[in-house]
Design a protein around this ligand. Structure first.
Ligand SMILES: C[S@@+](CC[C@H](N)C(=O)[O-])C[C@H]1O[C@@H](n2cnc3c(N)ncnc32)[C@H](O)[C@@H]1O
Length: 210
């Protein structure tokens, strides 16, 4: 419980530090992987300021957006109202690892679910897989390494490869079709504004119909 409070405070403080921490736009990997999926029920884990949830809602998805930070969730909800999609997003505060949104979903997405705090990511991602409905999709996008220009690495933050993510998911072969498991470079600016890339990875799997 003490760790939970500390983690929520850490993220609330981080979000309060600036008006916007993230771009407000959906992650490129989500757009790439989900643009062709028929809309249904989606779960966005670690939704942050809501860029992904709002994009999904705008495409007709009914979204549950979960995050530890009430500051982020309130900001995301305000953005969703501005975009006219607030009625299609259910914002829920969860300390994933302790509680998890109820139900099953046609898309469960975890984009950059990383934390310098206490985040049992592998356990959360296995719970995420269990929440995918038959025929639904699990999407895990994450950093696969620190940017080469960033010397200040956080040893407590584990950044696994796509294969390591897939192995940790423990998806039974006869129940899932793995559609993507790969590293890729994501464009991002260095602190001095120079365009560069950092290594990311994507795992996408479809739960076979029952
Ligand atoms: C790196 S940010 C990514 C945000 C968003 N998915 C994006 O791509 O812009 C990680 C997010 O995970 C959330 N988070 C960290 N630990 C969490 C936990 N235990 N339960 C729920 N959310 C958590 C943070 O508040 C933060 O919004």
């Amino acid at each position: 419980m003490a760790e939970t409070v500390a983690d929520q405070r850490y993220w609330d403080d981080r979000y309060r530090e600036s008006e916007h921490v993230w771009s407000g736009r959906p992650n490129a990997a989500l757009v790439r992987e989900a643009a062709d999926l028929p809309p249904g029920r989606a779960l966005d884990l670690g939704a942050g300021e809501g860029g992904d949830a709002i994009w999904l809602a705008g495409r007709g998805w009914q979204v549950t957006a979960a995050d530890i930070s009430t500051v982020a969730l309130e900001r995301a909800a305000a953005h969703a109202r501005t975009e006219g999609v607030a009625d299609r997003i259910d914002f829920q505060r969860h300390t994933l690892g302790e509680t998890f949104p109820a139900g099953t979903f046609d898309l469960v997405s975890a984009c950059y679910l990383h934390s310098e705090g206490n985040l049992p990511r592998e356990q959360i991602l296995r719970t995420a897989a269990a929440a995918v409905a038959p025929g639904g999709t699990l999407l895990v996008v994450g950093h696969a390494g620190f940017p080469h220009w960033q010397g200040d690495h956080h040893p407590q933050v584990v950044l696994p490869t796509a294969r390591e993510v897939l192995a940790a998911l423990e998806l039974p072969d006869d129940a899932w079709e793995v559609q993507r498991c790969e590293e890729h470079d994501t464009p991002m600016n260095r602190p001095d504004g120079v365009p560069d890339t950092r290594p990311d990875c994507t795992v996408k799997a479809r739960r076979l119909d029952a």
